[in-house]
Design a protein around this ligand. Sequence first.
Ligand code: CO
Length: 443
Amino acid sequence: MSASVVDPAVKAQARELLNLIDASPSPWHAVATMETRLSMHGFRRLEECERWTLRSGGRCYVVRDDSSIIAFVVGAGALAETGFRIVGAHTDSPGLRVKPNGPNRAGRMARLGVEVYGGPILATFTDRDLSLAGRITLSNESGRLDTRLVDFDRPLVRLPNLAIHMNRKVNEEGLRLDKQKELPVILSVLEESLSPRDQFLELLSERLGCAPDTILSWDLNLYDTQKGAFWGPGDTFLADSQLDNLTSCHAALVALLDDAALNAESTAVCAFFDHEEIGSQSMKGADGRFLPDILERIAFGLKVDPEGYKRALACSFLVSADMAHAWQPNFPAAYEPDHHVIVNDGPVIKVNANLRYTSESVSEAIFMHLCERVDVPCQKYSHRTDIPCGSTIGPMASAGLGIRSVDVGSPMWAMHSIRESAGALDHTYMIKVLRCFFSSDVL
Ligand code: CO
């Protein structure tokens, strides 16, 4: 395949990714979107508080607290001998979240106070057509608590830039935003009679079809309403929000739903966690019990004894999939000169001697071998030695389970911008490799 023109099958797969992102304006929506996709393919939802009985070929998924999801297909082989093939990724993206008492008055204006979630590039949130999406808990007519998803689905709030006439040095010094004073987003010009909180509750209740005074609490994410797009000659590039890391979730999901994974010997697992951007330490994060609990429950559900479960772990493998930094030629000083990663040149193996990434020579070689099997090129990334390196879910998930792991991802630009970009071809490459990972005898 040439990277200058994208063929229709590649474009269709990338289009599907953009559609998934556009239908998922918050991690809670991302899980709901993936849940719909899984149920369409015959996957059954399991509740953690119920008893599970599993059989080989069984397709199931578990959701923990609305924003982390683990889907699996029970392998045809004995679990103790064939183990788990796991792809891990994350459902959350950095951004801004509405504070509990967010609606506030500033002069004649109503604003929403926000808190920074993770490490977004704040300047990219200015002058965008922002909206709100997330989950709301309310007390319904029968006096019970009810948690519902909400999405305004149209531009609703905004963070207007200061005109250059009042910020003359913005192009020399960059846009700096004071997180406390300069991030609240504009909602409206206030009518004297209405408090900002009442106005906001009214908006929410209209959207949800409930009474304003039944709303108790919210998790609300600010998102960009601009839809995903292809760009570049031949439509080889993609732009959207949340490419980090819904790209990896989508690639893994497509691979899991392929016949090869649905009929594999090993148990194929997709584990998508919330809270990666804030360190993963939560009841549903990669540094918590979610993945170990579910793997153990799979073993129990198959009547595998404790030794059999440990044997299964010993022959398991984790591909931790998260995005990688592609080379941007305008900023050569930011990159390690001998590890330039190029968009549309294939999946990236991320290596860090201090194990901010889990890849080591053996797991690197396994992933390279998988790429070779399906004729996909691959690249290696090492961060500059003089800049601190990022991390992801791999190190925690692999340490918690004691299983071998590799950290990989598709190349992208502008990680943590509200509008990120990546390559269409890389997405197809990643799907191919993950499909082979679930089904091949390479391990
Ligand atoms: Co990420």
